[in-house]
Design a protein around this ligand. Structure first.
Ligand code: ATP
Ligand code: MG
Length: 455
């Protein structure tokens, strides 16, 4: 078990005074260390942590002022109380100026010392708690930090900040790994709900029955084996944000129930008859083509309209190549720190390979590549040999046909279009954007390929 007692250091060259204080402080439940002089105190301060130091001012050799100064340097979170038998205004002012918490004159009453000690320790505790809170907050901000220098991304971030404070639903569209979840966190973080819960659920990862229970919760014995009543994520996210990832994968019957949550601001648990009011903000994301999902009936149109009050379209990394070096530096720092390796750079040859690469897996793929690179790097930099092989030999040369002949331009175009379609997960809008053609010409070409004709 860790010792949670406050650590005190008592410094006095007078043995009786020292022992007296030690006894009283121990009785008050503190962990007490003593030093019989300034030199011994300095040695202890170098090697151990303390929350509070009580030091005599006048001592042979190293005096209390020197102990005080060293504490300020080495133990910035600790407080120091100075005690002396030769109370003069000058020395007390000097000690306070050097940062002592309090100045006690001998002879003192024990009650006075105990009171000052408890006040000083309270201050130390508060400071420690504040620092911990600040660290947690920084951690949260870090999770929502979007690194970019791309003008379109900056416009998107501006739009996100603009809609974040409202409760309107936001639909985040983008290929896999572009940072959709990051945008969801960013929206939560910039909303008035930032201190409330942020919950994310992947609608494609669960069976319909499990997802219904997960989202809506259930009443007692809604079905065999359900046991007692249970809150769903929608209720748990009350006061905060619920992020529905891969929303197009949600079974149709659940889409109706979700629509009700958005429209009526209330949730009906599985097996319940009475709805419960909920105060949540819904964000949703998809890497599919939404028009297609609605057209094919996969996503209910009414739900689509409700979710899609604002759309954020996160562009693929290939459309913001200037972000590549920036993200490389960001992930390099992140993983070097995490793996405690002093990898500080990416060799220019390796960076050149990275900036040419298509990144079908977008930012996530780049992150994985850098994480791997940091793990493999032996010196202080990531060299080309630390990149995945597929990257190093990017095939600019077209693969010949079965008969050994090189492909025609049309044939090569067909292959390239199929390849891009694959990289964007079948999302025609994104594919068209990547190819630099409009959607109807892409659609015509794809239909042509499907019919076996060469258009
Ligand atoms: N602009 C960015 N700055 C810093 N980190 C980023 C950025 N974009 C993405 N990332 C990081 O890349 C990874 C993938 O991002 P995220 O999970 O948000 O993508 P996604 O679009 O939700 O992907 P998927 O569709 O596969 O769920 C995360 O680790 C995220 O922190
Ligand atoms: Mg995601």
């Amino acid at each position: 078990m860790t010792d949670t007692r406050e650590r005190l250091l008592i410094v006095d060259d007078e043995e009786i005074a020292r022992a007296n204080l030690e006894r009283v402080m121990q009785r008050d439940g503190h962990a007490v260390t003593t030093a019989a002089g300034g030199a011994q105190a300095l040695a202890l301060i170098e090697t151990q942590g303390f929350d509070l130091v009580l030091t005599d001012l006048r001592m042979e050799g190293v005096d209390g002022m020197q102990v005080l100064r060293r504490c300020r340097q080495r133990l910035p979170e600790a407080e120091v109380i100075v005690i002396t038998g030769y109370a003069t205004i000058d020395s007390s002012v000097a000690a306070i100026k050097e940062g002592a918490f309090y100045y006690i004159a001998k002879p003192y009453r024990l009650a006075e010392v105990r009171k000052v000690v408890s006040e000083a320790l309270e201050k130390v505790r508060l400071r420690r708690e504040n620092r911990q809170l600040k660290r947690q907050l920084e951690g949260l901000t870090e999770q929502a930090r979007i690194i970019t220098q791309d003008p379109a991304m900056h416009r998107l971030l501006g739009l996100a900040r603009q809609v974040a404070p409202s409760d309107c639903s936001v639909l985040i569209e983008g290929a896999s790994g572009t940072g959709k979840e990051l945008f969801a966190r960013y929206l939560h973080h910039h909303s008035g709900r930032r201190d409330g819960p942020y919950l994310a659920v992947n609608c494609g990862a669960l069976t319909a029955e499990l997802l219904a229970n997960e989202l809506f919760g259930h009443e007692r014995a809604a079905y065999t084996g359900a046991g007692g009543a249970r809150k769903g994520l929608i209720e748990t996210a009350a006061g905060g944000t619920l992020f529905l990832d891969e929303v197009t994968e949600m079974p149709p019957e659940m889409q109706v129930k979700l629509l009700r949550v958005i429209q009526e601001r209330e949730v009906l648990r599985v097996g319940a008859t009475q709805p419960i009011a909920v105060d949540i903000r819904i964000l949703a994301a998809t890497n599919r083509d939404l028009d297609e999902a609605v057209a094919s009936g996969r996503l209910r149109q009414d739900l689509y309209y409700r979710l899609n009050v604002v759309t954020l379209r996160v562009p693929p990394l290939a459309q913001r190549r200037d972000d590549i070096p920036l993200l490389v530096a960001h992930f390099l720092e992140k993983y070097a720190a995490r793996m405690r390796k002093s990898v500080t750079a990416v060799a220019p040859t390796a960076l050149a390979i990275l900036t040419r690469y298509a990144f079908p897996g977008n930012v996530r793929e780049l992150e994985n590549i850098i994480q791997r690179g940091v793990a493999l790097a032996e010196g202080d930099r990531i060299a080309p040999e630390h990149l995945p092989e597929a990257l190093r030999e990017q095939p600019m040369a077209p693969a010949p046909n079965a008969d050994g002949a090189l492909p025609t331009l049309q044939e090569q175009e067909r292959r390239y279009i199929h390849w891009v379609m694959e990289q964007v997960g079948g999302n025609q809008t994104l594919a068209a954007r990547t190819l630099g053609i409009n959607r109807s010409s892409l659609w015509r070409k794809l239909r042509g390929y499907a019919q076996g004709s060469e258009i």
